[in-house]
Write a protein that binds this ligand. Structure first.
Ligand SMILES: [Zn+2]
Length: 140
């Protein structure tokens, strides 16, 4: 499990760019608070190898899941806490719930600094949930 900004990062499959090559279906982790994306640590080396090959080949597009196979893709996400299967509302709500739980702990401990930090995170999370809902509505 990876953390960023204190929120747990979400496992997802995304498309990345390596110079001029688009690499499709790459297992990634992303932070719902700051939007930071990183290649999933379990396949970081494979990703680099494929990216280098594709770049040397001048391939405009390669598919990472073809390269490592479906089974490995599945395995990678078995030890992820939250996997993005398209239900972003729920993911944000889970993160918000966790932050709310921690907030009541912080209040009990009278830890002001932590409390402020958590309030900040909650604000960002609910903004992102709102933005995502608005974006989805405009796509319908
Ligand atoms: Zn972050």
């Amino acid at each position: 499990m990876s953390f960023c900004c204190g929120a747990s990062m979400i496992g997802a499959v995304g498309n990345l760019r390596h110079y001029k090559t688009r690499i499709l279906d790459v297992p990634i982790l992303y932070c719902p608070v700051c939007n930071r994306i990183e290649v999933h640590p379990a396949i970081e080396e494979e990703y680099e190898i494929l990216a280098e090959y594709a770049h040397a080949d001048h391939a405009p597009e390669v598919d990472f899941s073809d390269y490592i196979g479906e089974d490995t893709m599945q395995e990678i996400f078995d030890n992820c806490t939250v996997v993005d299967r398209g239900n972003m509302d729920e993911l944000f709500r889970q993160q918000i719930d966790t932050a709310l739980d921690l907030l009541s702990v912080a209040k009990n401990l009278e830890d002001k600094e932590w409390e402020e930090h958590l309030k900040n995170r909650l604000k960002k999370l609910s903004n992102r949930l709102k933005m995502w809902k608005a974006k989805r509505k405009s796509q319908l």
